[in-house]
Design a protein around this ligand. Structure first.
Ligand SMILES: [Zn+2]
Length: 114
């Protein structure tokens, strides 16, 4: 489960930020997870429940903001929402487009601290 490693890095980053802000507790962790990031939101949530206890972020709320995948068709010069993770077929002209404009995000975007 590679989500555990991701959760650990995010937690480390959160604790570092909390420390440099002089906060003693992390109340909320907000992470953006793109549809194409390869991360399972539920597995990530579970990983956090495993690693948070005993840290300054114990009991913190984990908020996962999903980011939809958006691909781009150069032939039509249009964005579209691909309907699977692997085939980016333009709904207008049927071409396969490899240009991903959005959906690979995996970012710690916000922390609430005390
Ligand atoms: Zn097209």
């Amino acid at each position: 489960m590679h989500e555990l490693g991701i959760a650990e890095s995010a937690l480390e980053l959160a604790l570092t930020q909390a420390h440099s802000a002089g906060a003693s507790r992390v109340l909320r962790i907000v992470i953006r997870v793109g549809a194409l990031s390869g991360v399972d939101a539920e597995a990530l949530r579970f990983a956090f429940t495993v690693i948070l206890p005993g840290t300054a972020a114990e009991g913190a709320t984990l908020q996962i903001d999903p980011v939809a995948a958006i691909a781009y068709c150069p032939a039509c010069q249009k964005d579209f929402f691909p309907d699977t993770d692997h085939f980016f077929e333009c709904p207008t002209c049927g071409q396969l487009c490899a240009t991903v404009k959005q959906g690979r995000e995996l970012d710690l975007v916000r922390l609430e601290m005390l």
